[in-house]
Design a protein around this ligand. Structure first.
Ligand code: NAD
Length: 372
């Protein structure tokens, strides 16, 4: 089987879907073609891919393979270079119906890794987790860079400097890593989430949980989420959360928001009134900016200053840690491949398998999932 790794073409995308480490394993059973320069933005040169067993080729060589490994969904020019019935694996925007239809038009067997179910067997293929972990880390590092004060408490001959106060909104994979990173830098941390089990995780990392009590059974039920993901909370709970968060944000120096609801617009957690009440020079990093933002003042791809507060709206923070983001992503892809390639190297797609069913968005011309 020929496996192709094209260079990513989406603006700002720095990652690559395979690394020398994963290619070494693939090349034992397959012919692997990497597009020249595909790894450059992730600090991997062509020579390293060749040493691992790949052949270097053009975009047409890589995209024309039987199995194409990508980070992002192909655009029209890339799709035009792909073969009918080729297998495509990547973060393929499964909720974007037009994009799925376009892949079906080409006749691709497309697997969207964002849709990997949250079951133990699929953990090693979970690209949302591997990339969110990196984003949580980078969010704190970026905030620390923009913040005009120290993060840790310092006692110096010239007097004492207070530790920064960090507020984390949404404590999934990114939020937990943000807490851990801010803790290493010496900050004092508070965090909020809708899912009750998060409280214990927050406290185990040495942060304080902001408890928004549940007043009805309906609120308690919705807060459990589904499949490890949050669901939109009732308006009354959101209002009580906003009141509490408003008070905590007034004291915070850095706010990192990560709250997402799969397939929907991100919930607004830091409204303009709260931004106005924050201290001058404080920093907000809105990790949900690409899904509409947890703060209505954040702007995608920009750092803006509003009411004296720096608001960082950089999407896809994992692209800023391209080498490690690619290393983890490539391992996720390799583990997924093991699911659809038999020991003899041939394709074996079991459409009854739970992971296959969740991720397969089109099977040839057949569209299997259109929207959230
Ligand atoms: P996510 O990126 O979808 O959302 C980030 C966080 O925002 C979540 O914790 C969510 O509860 C929270 N959120 C949503 N609405 C909110 C609101 N109004 N206010 C405050 N917070 C809000 O989530 P994620 O990081 O992908 O992970 C969700 C959970 O799934 C985590 O507990 C994670 O550990 C778990 N997980 C399990 C597996 C597995 O079992 N295989 C794999 C990956 C993740």
């Amino acid at each position: 089987m020929k496996i192709g790794i094209p260079a990513e073409t989406r603006p700002g995308e720095t990652r690559v879907a395979a690394t020398p480490e994963t290619i070494k394993k693939l090349a034992a059973a397959h012919q692997v073609v990497v597009q020249s320069g595909a790894g450059m933005a992730a600090s991997i040169d062509d020579a390293a891919f060749v040493q691992a067993g790949a052949v270097i080729g053009s975009a047409a060589d890589a995209l024309g393979a039987d199995i194409v490994l990508k980070v992002r969904a192909p655009d029209a020019a890339e799709r035009a270079l792909m073969k009918r019935d080729a297998v495509l694996i990547g973060m393929l925007d499964p909720f974007d119906g037009a994009n799925v239809a376009a892949m079906a038009d080409v006749g691709l067997w497309a697997f969207a890794l964002e849709a990997v179910p949250r079951i133990t067997r699929a953990q090693s293929m979970d690209v949302l987790s591997s990339q969110a972990n990196i984003a949580g880390y980078k969010a704190v590092v970026m905030a620390a860079n923009v913040y005009g004060r120290f993060m840790p408490m310092l006692m110096t001959a010239a007097g004492t400097v207070k530790a920064a106060r960090v507020l984390i909104m949404g404590v999934g994979v990114a939020g937990l890593q943000a807490i851990a990173t801010a803790k290493r830098l010496g900050a004092v941390i508070e965090a909020s989430d809708v899912r009750p089990p998060v409280k214990e995780q927050v406290e185990s990392l040495g942060a304080k949980f902001i408890d928004v009590p549940f007043l009805t059974d309906e609120e308690r039920e919705i807060a459990k989420g589904v499949g490890g993901y949050a669901r939109p909370m009732p308006a009354d709970w959101m209002r009580r959360q906003a009141e509490l968060v408003h008070e905590r944000a007034k004291l915070a120096d850095i706010v990192i928001t990560t709250a997402l609801i799969p397939g929907r617009r991100a919930p607004v957690l830091i409204g303009e009134d709260t931004v106005k009440a924050m201290k001058p020079g404080s920093v907000i990093v809105d990790l949900a900016v690409a899904q509409g933002g947890n703060c209505p003042l954040s702007e995608i791809g920009k750092t803006v200053v509003r009411h004296g507060v720096h608001i960082i709206g950089q999407p896809d923070l994992a692209t800023l840690v391209a080498a490690d983001a690619s290393a983890l992503y490539a391992r996720n892809v390799l583990d997924f491949l093991k699911l659809i390639v038999a020991k003899d190297g041939s394709l074996a797609i079991d459409r009854e398998d739970e992971i296959i069913r969740a991720t397969l968005v089109c099977a040839g011309a057949e569209v299997l999932r259109k929207s959230a």
